[in-house]
Design a protein around this ligand. Structure first.
Ligand code: URA
Length: 446
Protein backbone atom coordinates (compact mmCIF):
# COMPACT_ATOMS: atom_id res chain seq x y z
CA UNK A 1 0.00 0.00 0.00
CA UNK A 2 1.38 3.41 -0.96
CA UNK A 3 1.80 5.78 1.97
CA UNK A 4 1.12 9.52 1.78
CA UNK A 5 2.55 12.03 4.27
CA UNK A 6 -0.68 14.04 4.44
CA UNK A 7 -2.74 10.89 5.16
CA UNK A 8 -0.40 9.94 8.00
CA UNK A 9 -0.49 13.47 9.44
CA UNK A 10 -4.29 13.42 9.20
CA UNK A 11 -4.41 10.09 11.05
CA UNK A 12 -2.32 11.50 13.88
CA UNK A 13 -4.32 14.73 13.87
CA UNK A 14 -7.42 12.58 14.43
CA UNK A 15 -5.79 10.88 17.42
CA UNK A 16 -5.00 7.50 15.86
CA UNK A 17 -1.87 5.51 16.66
CA UNK A 18 0.57 5.14 13.78
CA UNK A 19 2.28 1.92 12.75
CA UNK A 20 6.03 1.37 12.56
CA UNK A 21 5.77 1.44 8.74
CA UNK A 22 4.07 4.85 8.82
CA UNK A 23 6.47 6.38 11.33
CA UNK A 24 9.46 5.00 9.49
CA UNK A 25 8.12 6.33 6.17
CA UNK A 26 7.84 9.82 7.68
CA UNK A 27 11.27 9.87 9.29
CA UNK A 28 13.14 8.29 6.37
CA UNK A 29 11.39 10.61 3.92
CA UNK A 30 12.34 13.63 6.08
CA UNK A 31 15.97 12.57 6.39
CA UNK A 32 16.22 11.96 2.64
CA UNK A 33 14.57 15.29 1.82
CA UNK A 34 11.44 13.84 0.15
CA UNK A 35 9.19 14.85 3.02
CA UNK A 36 9.45 18.54 3.71
CA UNK A 37 10.06 20.49 6.92
CA UNK A 38 6.55 21.93 6.83
CA UNK A 39 5.02 18.45 6.70
CA UNK A 40 7.10 17.25 9.66
CA UNK A 41 6.27 20.47 11.52
CA UNK A 42 2.56 19.68 11.03
CA UNK A 43 3.16 16.12 12.19
CA UNK A 44 4.98 17.36 15.32
CA UNK A 45 2.09 19.70 16.13
CA UNK A 46 -0.37 16.82 15.68
CA UNK A 47 1.72 14.78 18.13
CA UNK A 48 1.83 17.76 20.49
CA UNK A 49 -1.98 17.76 20.69
CA UNK A 50 -2.75 14.05 20.32
CA UNK A 51 0.28 12.44 21.98
CA UNK A 52 1.73 9.05 21.14
CA UNK A 53 1.15 5.65 22.68
CA UNK A 54 4.03 4.10 24.59
CA UNK A 55 4.58 1.78 21.63
CA UNK A 56 4.69 4.63 19.13
CA UNK A 57 7.08 6.59 21.37
CA UNK A 58 9.40 3.56 21.54
CA UNK A 59 9.29 3.10 17.77
CA UNK A 60 9.93 6.82 17.14
CA UNK A 61 12.86 6.80 19.60
CA UNK A 62 14.30 3.67 17.96
CA UNK A 63 13.96 5.13 14.47
CA UNK A 64 15.69 8.34 15.59
CA UNK A 65 18.46 6.36 17.26
CA UNK A 66 18.98 4.23 14.14
CA UNK A 67 19.29 7.34 11.98
CA UNK A 68 22.92 7.32 13.12
CA UNK A 69 25.65 5.19 14.63
CA UNK A 70 25.96 3.71 18.13
CA UNK A 71 29.00 3.27 20.35
CA UNK A 72 30.57 -0.04 19.32
CA UNK A 73 30.46 -2.80 21.94
CA UNK A 74 32.34 -6.04 22.24
CA UNK A 75 30.41 -8.85 23.83
CA UNK A 76 32.56 -8.85 26.97
CA UNK A 77 30.07 -8.96 29.83
CA UNK A 78 30.72 -5.35 30.84
CA UNK A 79 27.95 -3.13 32.18
CA UNK A 80 27.62 0.34 30.65
CA UNK A 81 25.75 2.86 32.73
CA UNK A 82 25.02 6.59 32.45
CA UNK A 83 22.96 9.29 34.10
CA UNK A 84 20.82 11.85 32.31
CA UNK A 85 19.44 14.99 33.90
CA UNK A 86 16.69 17.12 32.42
CA UNK A 87 18.76 20.09 33.64
CA UNK A 88 18.60 22.68 36.35
CA UNK A 89 20.38 25.60 38.00
CA UNK A 90 23.64 24.66 39.73
CA UNK A 91 23.23 21.03 38.62
CA UNK A 92 26.75 19.64 38.72
CA UNK A 93 26.17 16.04 39.78
CA UNK A 94 27.67 14.52 36.59
CA UNK A 95 31.16 15.71 37.56
CA UNK A 96 30.84 14.00 40.92
CA UNK A 97 29.08 10.87 39.70
CA UNK A 98 31.58 9.83 37.04
CA UNK A 99 34.61 9.53 39.39
CA UNK A 100 32.55 8.34 42.36
CA UNK A 101 30.61 5.57 40.59
CA UNK A 102 33.71 4.57 38.63
CA UNK A 103 35.79 4.12 41.77
CA UNK A 104 33.06 2.26 43.66
CA UNK A 105 32.37 -0.11 40.77
CA UNK A 106 36.07 -0.80 40.24
CA UNK A 107 36.41 -1.69 43.93
CA UNK A 108 33.25 -3.84 44.05
CA UNK A 109 33.12 -5.48 40.64
CA UNK A 110 36.72 -5.34 39.34
CA UNK A 111 38.62 -3.21 36.87
CA UNK A 112 36.85 -2.65 33.54
CA UNK A 113 33.59 -4.35 34.51
CA UNK A 114 31.54 -1.15 34.57
CA UNK A 115 31.98 1.71 32.10
CA UNK A 116 30.44 5.16 32.00
CA UNK A 117 30.19 6.66 28.51
CA UNK A 118 28.74 10.09 29.19
CA UNK A 119 27.47 12.12 26.23
CA UNK A 120 26.17 15.52 27.30
CA UNK A 121 24.90 18.80 25.93
CA UNK A 122 25.42 22.54 26.17
CA UNK A 123 23.43 25.01 28.22
CA UNK A 124 20.59 27.07 26.85
CA UNK A 125 18.60 29.87 28.49
CA UNK A 126 18.75 29.79 32.31
CA UNK A 127 20.36 26.34 32.79
CA UNK A 128 24.05 25.67 32.37
CA UNK A 129 25.33 22.80 30.24
CA UNK A 130 27.70 20.02 31.25
CA UNK A 131 30.01 20.54 28.27
CA UNK A 132 30.35 24.29 28.89
CA UNK A 133 31.19 23.64 32.55
CA UNK A 134 33.85 21.07 31.64
CA UNK A 135 35.44 23.65 29.33
CA UNK A 136 36.00 25.95 32.31
CA UNK A 137 39.15 23.86 32.76
CA UNK A 138 41.62 25.25 30.18
CA UNK A 139 42.47 22.81 27.41
CA UNK A 140 39.61 20.38 28.08
CA UNK A 141 37.96 19.09 24.93
CA UNK A 142 34.62 17.36 24.74
CA UNK A 143 34.85 17.23 20.97
CA UNK A 144 36.09 13.66 20.63
CA UNK A 145 36.35 11.37 17.61
CA UNK A 146 34.65 8.05 18.20
CA UNK A 147 38.00 6.22 18.20
CA UNK A 148 39.43 8.54 20.86
CA UNK A 149 36.30 8.21 22.99
CA UNK A 150 36.42 4.42 22.80
CA UNK A 151 40.13 4.46 23.71
CA UNK A 152 39.32 6.54 26.81
CA UNK A 153 36.48 4.21 27.74
CA UNK A 154 38.85 1.25 27.44
CA UNK A 155 41.69 2.83 29.42
CA UNK A 156 39.86 4.93 32.02
CA UNK A 157 36.40 3.37 32.13
CA UNK A 158 34.67 6.69 31.31
CA UNK A 159 34.62 9.72 29.06
CA UNK A 160 32.64 12.94 28.86
CA UNK A 161 31.91 14.13 25.37
CA UNK A 162 29.47 16.11 23.23
CA UNK A 163 27.11 14.67 20.69
CA UNK A 164 28.79 13.98 17.36
CA UNK A 165 27.21 14.62 13.96
CA UNK A 166 26.58 10.92 13.42
CA UNK A 167 24.95 10.07 16.78
CA UNK A 168 21.14 10.26 16.41
CA UNK A 169 21.29 12.93 13.64
CA UNK A 170 17.48 12.82 13.31
CA UNK A 171 17.21 14.35 16.77
CA UNK A 172 19.24 17.38 15.81
CA UNK A 173 17.02 18.06 12.79
CA UNK A 174 13.79 17.39 14.64
CA UNK A 175 14.85 19.41 17.68
CA UNK A 176 15.64 22.42 15.47
CA UNK A 177 12.12 22.19 14.01
CA UNK A 178 10.50 21.73 17.43
CA UNK A 179 12.38 24.73 18.72
CA UNK A 180 10.76 27.03 16.13
CA UNK A 181 7.29 25.44 16.03
CA UNK A 182 6.44 25.50 19.77
CA UNK A 183 6.54 21.70 20.02
CA UNK A 184 9.37 21.22 22.53
CA UNK A 185 7.17 20.68 25.61
CA UNK A 186 5.62 17.40 24.53
CA UNK A 187 6.28 14.23 26.53
CA UNK A 188 6.58 11.65 23.69
CA UNK A 189 8.80 14.02 21.68
CA UNK A 190 11.02 14.69 24.72
CA UNK A 191 11.22 10.99 25.57
CA UNK A 192 12.15 9.99 22.03
CA UNK A 193 14.65 12.85 21.78
CA UNK A 194 16.43 11.97 25.04
CA UNK A 195 16.35 8.22 24.53
CA UNK A 196 17.46 8.28 20.90
CA UNK A 197 20.76 9.77 22.11
CA UNK A 198 21.02 7.48 25.12
CA UNK A 199 20.28 4.36 23.03
CA UNK A 200 23.17 5.43 20.78
CA UNK A 201 25.44 5.08 23.84
CA UNK A 202 24.71 1.30 23.78
CA UNK A 203 23.88 1.38 27.49
CA UNK A 204 22.80 -1.45 29.76
CA UNK A 205 21.43 0.91 32.39
CA UNK A 206 20.48 4.52 32.87
CA UNK A 207 19.53 6.66 35.85
CA UNK A 208 17.32 9.61 34.95
CA UNK A 209 17.29 12.74 37.07
CA UNK A 210 13.99 14.36 36.18
CA UNK A 211 13.82 17.79 37.74
CA UNK A 212 10.72 19.72 38.72
CA UNK A 213 10.32 23.17 40.29
CA UNK A 214 11.00 26.74 39.21
CA UNK A 215 14.48 26.06 37.81
CA UNK A 216 13.46 22.96 35.84
CA UNK A 217 12.47 22.96 32.22
CA UNK A 218 9.25 21.18 33.29
CA UNK A 219 8.32 22.99 36.54
CA UNK A 220 5.07 21.13 37.40
CA UNK A 221 5.58 18.01 39.48
CA UNK A 222 2.80 16.02 37.79
CA UNK A 223 4.19 16.69 34.30
CA UNK A 224 7.71 15.79 35.39
CA UNK A 225 6.26 12.60 36.90
CA UNK A 226 4.55 11.73 33.60
CA UNK A 227 7.85 12.34 31.80
CA UNK A 228 9.76 10.15 34.28
CA UNK A 229 7.29 7.27 33.88
CA UNK A 230 7.40 7.51 30.10
CA UNK A 231 11.22 7.64 30.02
CA UNK A 232 11.67 4.57 32.24
CA UNK A 233 8.95 2.61 30.42
CA UNK A 234 10.37 3.22 26.96
CA UNK A 235 13.99 2.65 28.09
CA UNK A 236 12.98 -0.72 29.49
CA UNK A 237 11.12 -1.68 26.36
CA UNK A 238 14.41 -1.04 24.59
CA UNK A 239 16.16 -3.40 27.08
CA UNK A 240 17.92 -0.64 29.01
CA UNK A 241 17.49 -1.04 32.78
CA UNK A 242 16.27 2.30 34.06
CA UNK A 243 15.21 4.20 37.12
CA UNK A 244 14.11 7.82 37.43
CA UNK A 245 14.46 10.16 40.39
CA UNK A 246 12.17 13.16 40.62
CA UNK A 247 14.36 15.81 42.20
CA UNK A 248 13.51 19.29 43.37
CA UNK A 249 14.81 22.34 41.53
CA UNK A 250 13.13 25.25 43.33
CA UNK A 251 16.41 26.67 44.64
CA UNK A 252 19.81 26.18 42.98
CA UNK A 253 21.61 22.93 43.75
CA UNK A 254 24.75 23.38 45.85
CA UNK A 255 26.58 26.54 46.88
CA UNK A 256 27.69 27.79 43.45
CA UNK A 257 26.18 28.55 40.05
CA UNK A 258 28.35 29.36 37.01
CA UNK A 259 30.77 27.29 35.00
CA UNK A 260 34.11 27.79 36.71
CA UNK A 261 32.50 28.11 40.14
CA UNK A 262 30.65 24.81 39.79
CA UNK A 263 33.81 22.90 38.90
CA UNK A 264 35.49 24.53 41.92
CA UNK A 265 32.59 23.44 44.10
CA UNK A 266 32.92 19.84 42.89
CA UNK A 267 36.65 19.80 43.69
CA UNK A 268 35.93 21.18 47.18
CA UNK A 269 33.13 18.66 47.64
CA UNK A 270 35.39 15.72 46.78
CA UNK A 271 38.19 17.12 48.94
CA UNK A 272 35.65 17.11 51.81
CA UNK A 273 35.97 20.87 52.24
CA UNK A 274 32.42 22.03 51.47
CA UNK A 275 29.50 19.66 51.05
CA UNK A 276 26.17 21.39 50.60
CA UNK A 277 23.58 18.90 51.93
CA UNK A 278 21.24 19.15 48.91
CA UNK A 279 24.07 18.46 46.46
CA UNK A 280 25.27 15.58 48.63
CA UNK A 281 21.75 14.14 48.85
CA UNK A 282 21.03 14.23 45.11
CA UNK A 283 24.51 12.95 44.20
CA UNK A 284 24.36 10.01 46.61
CA UNK A 285 20.81 9.10 45.60
CA UNK A 286 21.80 9.03 41.90
CA UNK A 287 25.11 7.28 42.59
CA UNK A 288 23.41 4.59 44.71
CA UNK A 289 21.01 3.85 41.86
CA UNK A 290 23.84 3.69 39.30
CA UNK A 291 25.78 1.23 41.47
CA UNK A 292 22.59 -0.80 42.05
CA UNK A 293 21.99 -1.09 38.29
CA UNK A 294 25.65 -1.93 37.67
CA UNK A 295 25.49 -4.68 40.32
CA UNK A 296 22.80 -6.39 38.19
CA UNK A 297 20.51 -6.86 41.17
CA UNK A 298 23.15 -7.87 43.73
CA UNK A 299 22.98 -4.58 45.62
CA UNK A 300 19.97 -2.48 46.57
CA UNK A 301 20.07 1.28 45.88
CA UNK A 302 20.61 1.78 49.64
CA UNK A 303 23.60 -0.58 49.61
CA UNK A 304 24.93 1.16 46.51
CA UNK A 305 24.57 4.49 48.27
CA UNK A 306 26.34 3.23 51.40
CA UNK A 307 29.28 2.11 49.22
CA UNK A 308 29.38 5.58 47.64
CA UNK A 309 29.29 7.29 51.03
CA UNK A 310 32.25 5.20 52.10
CA UNK A 311 34.12 6.00 48.88
CA UNK A 312 33.57 9.73 49.35
CA UNK A 313 35.73 9.61 52.44
CA UNK A 314 38.74 8.59 50.33
CA UNK A 315 41.04 10.98 48.54
CA UNK A 316 41.07 8.76 45.42
CA UNK A 317 37.77 10.13 44.08
CA UNK A 318 39.36 13.57 43.78
CA UNK A 319 42.28 11.97 41.92
CA UNK A 320 39.86 10.30 39.47
CA UNK A 321 37.98 13.62 39.10
CA UNK A 322 41.22 15.37 38.08
CA UNK A 323 42.06 12.46 35.75
CA UNK A 324 38.65 12.99 34.09
CA UNK A 325 39.79 16.47 32.99
CA UNK A 326 43.46 15.73 32.31
CA UNK A 327 42.80 12.70 30.11
CA UNK A 328 40.78 14.98 27.78
CA UNK A 329 43.40 17.73 27.63
CA UNK A 330 42.33 19.73 30.70
CA UNK A 331 45.16 21.55 32.53
CA UNK A 332 44.04 21.13 36.13
CA UNK A 333 47.01 22.95 37.68
CA UNK A 334 46.29 25.96 35.49
CA UNK A 335 42.61 25.84 36.54
CA UNK A 336 43.63 25.83 40.19
CA UNK A 337 46.11 28.66 39.70
CA UNK A 338 43.43 30.65 37.86
CA UNK A 339 41.10 30.12 40.80
CA UNK A 340 43.51 31.80 43.15
CA UNK A 341 44.49 34.49 40.67
CA UNK A 342 40.81 35.37 40.25
CA UNK A 343 40.19 35.39 44.01
CA UNK A 344 39.95 39.17 44.05
CA UNK A 345 37.28 39.46 41.35
CA UNK A 346 34.52 42.08 41.75
CA UNK A 347 31.66 40.86 43.95
CA UNK A 348 28.24 42.32 44.56
CA UNK A 349 25.87 40.92 47.18
CA UNK A 350 22.13 40.40 47.33
CA UNK A 351 21.31 41.75 50.78
CA UNK A 352 18.35 40.45 52.77
CA UNK A 353 15.93 43.19 53.78
CA UNK A 354 14.45 41.09 56.58
CA UNK A 355 15.43 38.84 59.47
CA UNK A 356 13.94 35.37 59.81
CA UNK A 357 14.30 32.14 57.83
CA UNK A 358 14.93 31.85 54.13
CA UNK A 359 11.78 30.34 52.58
CA UNK A 360 12.61 30.78 48.89
CA UNK A 361 15.59 31.54 46.67
CA UNK A 362 14.11 31.10 43.26
CA UNK A 363 16.26 28.91 41.03
CA UNK A 364 14.98 30.25 37.72
CA UNK A 365 15.70 33.87 38.66
CA UNK A 366 19.21 32.93 39.85
CA UNK A 367 19.79 31.06 36.57
CA UNK A 368 18.58 34.12 34.63
CA UNK A 369 20.87 36.38 36.65
CA UNK A 370 23.92 34.30 35.71
CA UNK A 371 22.78 34.14 32.08
CA UNK A 372 22.19 37.91 31.91
CA UNK A 373 25.62 38.60 33.36
CA UNK A 374 27.08 36.74 30.36
CA UNK A 375 27.27 33.27 31.91
CA UNK A 376 24.58 31.72 29.73
CA UNK A 377 23.34 31.78 26.17
CA UNK A 378 20.05 32.83 24.64
CA UNK A 379 20.76 31.18 21.30
CA UNK A 380 22.85 28.10 20.53
CA UNK A 381 25.44 30.30 18.81
CA UNK A 382 26.16 32.79 21.63
CA UNK A 383 29.50 32.83 23.44
CA UNK A 384 29.60 32.64 27.23
CA UNK A 385 31.70 34.00 30.08
CA UNK A 386 32.83 30.93 32.00
CA UNK A 387 34.03 32.95 35.00
CA UNK A 388 30.87 34.73 36.14
CA UNK A 389 28.49 33.17 38.59
CA UNK A 390 27.06 33.32 42.08
CA UNK A 391 28.07 31.96 45.45
CA UNK A 392 25.06 31.19 47.59
CA UNK A 393 25.41 32.26 51.21
CA UNK A 394 22.03 31.09 52.56
CA UNK A 395 20.02 28.03 51.62
CA UNK A 396 16.28 27.56 52.15
CA UNK A 397 15.67 26.82 55.84
CA UNK A 398 18.71 28.86 57.00
CA UNK A 399 18.40 31.64 59.56
CA UNK A 400 18.94 35.10 58.04
CA UNK A 401 19.64 38.52 59.57
CA UNK A 402 18.55 41.70 57.81
CA UNK A 403 21.61 43.21 56.09
CA UNK A 404 23.28 39.81 55.45
CA UNK A 405 24.20 38.57 52.00
CA UNK A 406 21.97 35.83 50.55
CA UNK A 407 24.23 35.41 47.59
CA UNK A 408 27.32 37.06 46.10
CA UNK A 409 27.66 37.67 42.40
CA UNK A 410 31.20 36.96 41.18
CA UNK A 411 32.07 38.99 38.07
CA UNK A 412 34.93 38.94 35.60
CA UNK A 413 34.82 42.72 35.42
CA UNK A 414 32.48 45.42 36.79
CA UNK A 415 29.03 45.13 35.18
CA UNK A 416 26.89 48.30 34.82
CA UNK A 417 23.54 46.50 35.27
CA UNK A 418 24.43 44.22 38.13
CA UNK A 419 22.27 46.05 40.70
CA UNK A 420 19.20 45.97 38.43
CA UNK A 421 19.77 42.31 37.59
CA UNK A 422 20.22 41.43 41.27
CA UNK A 423 16.93 43.11 42.13
CA UNK A 424 15.18 40.60 39.84
CA UNK A 425 16.23 37.63 41.98
CA UNK A 426 13.16 36.41 43.86
CA UNK A 427 13.53 35.42 47.49
CA UNK A 428 11.36 35.24 50.59
CA UNK A 429 12.28 35.49 54.26
CA UNK A 430 9.66 34.42 56.82
CA UNK A 431 9.58 35.03 60.57
CA UNK A 432 8.80 31.38 61.46
CA UNK A 433 11.23 28.50 60.98
CA UNK A 434 11.10 26.91 57.51
CA UNK A 435 11.48 23.19 56.82
CA UNK A 436 14.42 22.32 54.61
CA UNK A 437 13.10 20.90 51.34
CA UNK A 438 13.25 17.23 50.48
CA UNK A 439 15.48 17.01 47.46
CA UNK A 440 14.47 13.59 46.13
CA UNK A 441 10.69 13.53 45.97
CA UNK A 442 10.08 10.17 44.31
CA UNK A 443 11.91 7.20 42.81
CA UNK A 444 10.29 5.56 39.81
CA UNK A 445 11.68 2.12 39.21
CA UNK A 446 8.82 0.20 37.71
N1 URA B 1 16.36 17.36 26.23
C1 URA B 1 16.47 16.69 25.07
O1 URA B 1 17.49 16.09 24.77
N2 URA B 1 15.41 16.70 24.22
C2 URA B 1 14.26 17.32 24.50
O2 URA B 1 13.35 17.26 23.71
C3 URA B 1 14.16 18.02 25.71
C4 URA B 1 15.23 18.02 26.57
Amino acid sequence: MKLHPSEIIKKKRGGEALSEAELSFLLDGFLQGQIKDYQIAAFLMAVYFQGMTSEETGIWARLMWRSGVSLPRKDSGEFWVDKHSTGGVGDKTSFLLVPLVHNVCRRLFGDGQVRIPMISGRGLDFTGGTLDKLEAVPGFTSDLEMETAMGLLDRNGFFMMGQTADLAPADRLLYALRDVTATVECVPLIVSSILSKKLAESLDGIVLDVKFGSGAFMPEFSRAQTLAHALTRVAREEKVASVALLTRMDEPLGFKVGHQLEIEECADFLAGEAREPGLQEVTLALAGQMVCLASRGKLSPEQGRAECEQELEKREVLTTFIQMFESQGGRWKEFKAQRYALGGRPRVSLISKHSGYLAKLDARSVGRLVRNLGGGRLTKESGIDLNVGVEIRRKVGDKVQAGESLLDVVLSEPHPQVATLLSQVMYEVQPAAVMRPRWVEEVIDA
